[in-house]
Design a protein. Structure first.
Length: 371
């Protein structure tokens, strides 16, 4: 039968992700709107976004956090174009975004001394191939495949190369061993449900040392430059952004950070996301027509949860359309480059009760399109 109870919030998109519970646009601090981001107030709000990020993530001493343009993509490109080329590079990819970084390294930066280790959707590549003397590029969570790294134990403590990690669907949702990471990037519109266009760049002291001791062979656009005359442009990491940020987006991000603090901090956010995954895992265990795209439970994402169905591509499309028409679930189709299926966001901004209300609708819609 058609279920009678719908999710209170049907937004299950994997990016931009749903706003935090209780979000109210009218409650945002608007004092900085219409003011220069170079004003004392503008710099103070930007600096707070940086220091609160560092505090809530409990970053190691000496790690720097900066706000950069272009979302996670801008932050990753900035890191790659500014730091790669000194050493050989090992690229690990298992979904579209990781494949994109590998493509940029091979076709845009044209680095000849680069190795690519690739796995199919639902799997992970062989991390034992990582060379501690090479720079390493990888995603912590494959947003389009629903597969995450289990841990960072495969990264050597005595490495001489840098580890550069696209962590956009993992930060504030997964336990990241920061001492294994030299460069990390993420964006506000993922785990925290913030607004788009702004990226976050986290640098270890080793990454700063690379920036100040190495100059790439290629020219760098102004928007990518992290150093000036061989010194780190420290303003990027204190609130003096490279280009004009949206102060409305900054206030929205500060609201999200404050919510993380209110619910109990990073651990509470991770626990909430993992509890959401457990709800979905229980549903998969009870139904033989749906399964995780991830081939191993240990590497199943607890944010961008991807599913395969015993259905044709057209039936899956019809199911997604039906759920949208019922205003039960919006934007839950698999990524365009991924295998056909469903992708449901389960980060901390999603309420468990909404996932529980969604599940009977998944069964109903599946039966409707496959009958």
């Amino acid at each position: 039968m058609k279920p009678s109870v719908k999710p209170t919030n049907p937004n299950f998109s994997s990016g931009p992700c749903t706003k935090r519970p209780g979000y109210d646009l009218s409650k945002l601090n608007t004092d900085s709107l219409g003011r220069s981001h170079r004003s004392a107030l503008g710099k103070e709000r930007l600096a707070k976004a940086i220091t609160e990020t560092s505090r809530l993530l409990d970053l190691p001493e000496g790690y720097k956090v900066g706000i950069v343009p272009g979302s996670d993509t801008g932050a990753m490109e900035m890191a790659m174009w500014s730091m790669l080329g000194q050493r050989p590079v090992d690229v690990f990819s298992w979904e579209s975004f990781g494949a994109g970084w590998a493509s940029d390294i091979a076709k845009q930066l044209k680095l000849e001394d680069a190795r690519s280790f690739v796995a199919g959707y639902g799997e992970l590549p062989d991390f034992s191939q990582a060379n501690k003397d090479h720079d390493i590029i990888f995603t912590w969570n494959g947003t389009t495949s629903g597969v995450k790294v289990e841990n960072a134990d495969w990264i050597a403590d005595d490495r001489t190369g840098l580890t550069i990690c696209d962590a956009t669907s993992a930060v504030f949702a997964m336990d990241i061993d920061w001492k294994k990471i030299d460069v990390a990037t993420f964006s506000w519109q993922k785990v925290l449900g913030g607004e788009g266009a702004h990226g976050m760049l986290i640098l270890s002291p080793r990454a700063v040392e690379r920036l100040e001791s190495y100059t790439p062979a290629w020219p760098l656009p102004k928007i990518f430059r992290l150093t000036n005359k061989g010194q780190l442009i420290d303003g990027i990491f204190t609130g003096a952004t490279i280009n004009t940020p949206s102060m409305l987006c900054v206030e929205d991000y500060l609201d999200a950070l404050n919510w993380i603090d209110e619910i109990g901090g990073l651990k509470a956010a991770i626990d909430k996301s993992e509890s959401n995954l457990a709800v979905l895992a229980g549903f998969v265990a009870e139904n033989d027509w749906i399964e995780f795209l991830a081939q191993d439970a240990a590497i199943c994402s607890n944010t961008s949860v991807c599913f395969q169905l015993k259905a044709t591509d057209e039936q899956i499309k019809a199911m997604i359309k039906l759920l949208g028409a019922e205003k039960v679930a919006f934007d839950i189709g698999a990524y365009k480059d991924a295998p056909s299926g469903l992708r449901i966001w389960a980060g901390a901004t999603v309420e468990q009760a909404d996932l529980e209300a969604l599940l009977p609708w998944l069964t109903w819609a599946y039966n409707e399109v496959t009958a």
